[in-house]
Design a protein around this ligand. Structure first.
Ligand SMILES: [Zn+2]
Length: 487
């Protein structure tokens, strides 16, 4: 089989992919050799790449008009794009813990950076380690800190199961840190005479501050002459509609800077993937994000506070071109980051988890014959926003079932119902037109949330602690520790 290359793919293919993603084709479509997939990727390298705060809407593969993502779009063509994938929550630490454990944040208990992961939940890294893999984490977002060198303070415990857990968190040097991280990732991947590798690579862009380097800055909004520069301060001023920061062109420029930051990330990723496929062509690559990013679609900027689509709709791509997995498949079934762990357990033949995974294995969506199992349409996916340390009642929650999503807003004390297949940006609240459905989903939402807070895994997951000063300094620079605790 020919090795994939990461040059710009034909415009026709991009258009065809965009049409499929926009829902004009059956939920799943592909041509692939029928083969049993369970265990079919055992012993192969698995590279899990997370780009922080990437709303899937901003990708060409999802129909976005700006050329933000030729690499990611091409990666989708070499594998399966799960076009309707969601994170369980809308901020980093809880979402990554859900990705690692297949548990909602209430169940895994890691709700903030001074808490730690439920001790009784197996993590993805532990499963790979137990399966004989070398496990390596390389992380650019400092809030994911976790240290084994402080025995009296276990930190988030996200490092559990990793042979190495390396941080590249300097917020004053985002581009240099990204370079350093990817250089290290190349070393790890290219190492000779090693066991199979599970690598978790967490890249900060397009997360703010939106600081695209020369060559990317001014690519999408070159004539803007206002005060927005992508810094945290200017974003905050736009968010609060400060005088001089409340013009439509200011918000539009913020979006342009985000897109330029994404285009920069995409180019860096392209170089890394080209080298990865050249050295280890039979690897499995999983690309996703921990949450999305809002630009006032529903008043807010950033992420963490809400569970609208702009904050939870994330890319999810599985690509292993030299394997029985399909290529060029676009799957429209509702999927979740909770599904990644059970999928990898099945594909790679890993040990079973101690906890019952809350996600479903995606293997039935990868296999032949083409089917859309009812389980994906019928299950209720629970979404919860970040807890506010000072205002725990300010919790936005939602339940997704099939095409419908019911959101409960703490602020307005009201529900809103959306058909997210027909209305992916949630602009049309149909709760008044479908009152019975809204009531039924409201009851299901309450049941699901109550169950999630009752069925916590482990018994000391919420123990608070103190965050070391050097970690705190970096979190301040990222805007995580603002007046409301940041997001
Ligand atoms: Zn994040």
């Amino acid at each position: 089989m020919q090795r994939p290359s990461f040059h710009q793919r034909p415009a026709l293919a991009l258009a065809a992919l965009a049409v499929l993603v926009l829902g004009l084709a059956p939920a799943c479509s592909s041509a692939n050799d029928p083969a049993p997939l369970a265990g079919s990727l055992a012993g192969r390298d698995v590279i899990l790449i997370v780009a922080d705060a990437l709303h899937a809407h901003h990708l060409g593969a999802h129909g976005y008009q700006r050329p933000t993502s030729p690499t990611i779009d091409h990666l989708a063509l070499t594998g399966t794009l799960f076009a309707d994938a969601s994170s369980q929550t809308s901020w980093t630490v809880s979402s990554v813990a859900s990705l690692f454990t297949s548990l909602e944040q209430e169940r895994h208990g890691l709700l903030y950076a001074n808490q730690h992961l439920a001790p009784d939940a197996s993590t993805l890294a532990e499963l790979f380690q137990d399966g004989g893999y070398r496990t390596a984490a390389m992380i650019q977002n400092g809030i994911l800190w976790s240290r084994r060198d402080q025995p009296d303070w276990p930190g988030t415990r996200l490092c559990r199961g990793f042979d190495s857990y390396e941080m590249f968190p300097d917020m004053d040097r985002v581009q240099q840190e990204l370079d350093r991280l990817l250089t290290r990732a190349r070393e790890v991947v290219l190492e000779e005479e090693r066991p199979p590798l599970f690598a978790y690579i967490h890249l900060l862009p397009p997360h703010e501050p939106y600081t695209p380097p020369a060559g990317f800055r001014d690519r999408f909004d070159p004539d803007y002459a206002g005060p927005v520069d992508g810094s945290l301060d200017s974003s905050l001023r736009v968010a609060l509609s400060h005088e001089g920061f409340d013009q439509p062109e200011d918000l539009a420029h913020l979006v342009a800077l985000y897109d330029e930051h994404l285009a920069y990330l995409d180019a860096e990723l392209g170089r890394f993937l080209t080298e990865l496929w050249a050295a280890r062509p039979d690897s499995l690559v999983i690309f996703t994000s921990d949450h999305g990013e809002a630009f006032r679609e529903h008043r807010n900027l950033g992420h963490g506070s809400q569970v609208h689509e702009e904050m939870v709709h994330v890319p999810l791509i599985l690509s292993a071109p030299q394997s029985p997995l399909p290529q060029g498949r676009v799957c429209g079934s509702p999927t979740s980051l909770l599904d990644v762990l059970p999928t990898l357990v099945e594909l790679c033949g890993l040990p079973q988890t101690r906890q019952t995974p809350r996600g479903l294995s995606l293997v039935p969506l990868l296999a032949e014959p083409l089917t859309t199992p009812a389980a994906f349409e019928e299950r209720g996916l629970l979404f919860t926003s970040r807890y506010k340390a000072a205002h725990p009642e300010q919790l936005n929650i939602a339940l997704r079932q099939g095409n419908y999503k019911l959101l409960r807003h703490w602020k307005d004390q009201r529900d809103a119902l959306y058909n997210v297949a027909a209305d992916p940006l949630e602009t049309d609240d149909i709760s008044g037109q479908r009152p019975e459905l809204a009531r039924a989903l409201g009851r299901a939402l309450e049941d699901a949330y109550r169950a999630s807070t009752r069925d916590v895994v482990g018994d000391d997951q919420a123990a608070p602690g103190t965050i070391p000063q050097d970690v705190l300094d970096n979190l301040h620079k990222m805007g995580y520790l603002g007046e409301d605790g940041g997001d």
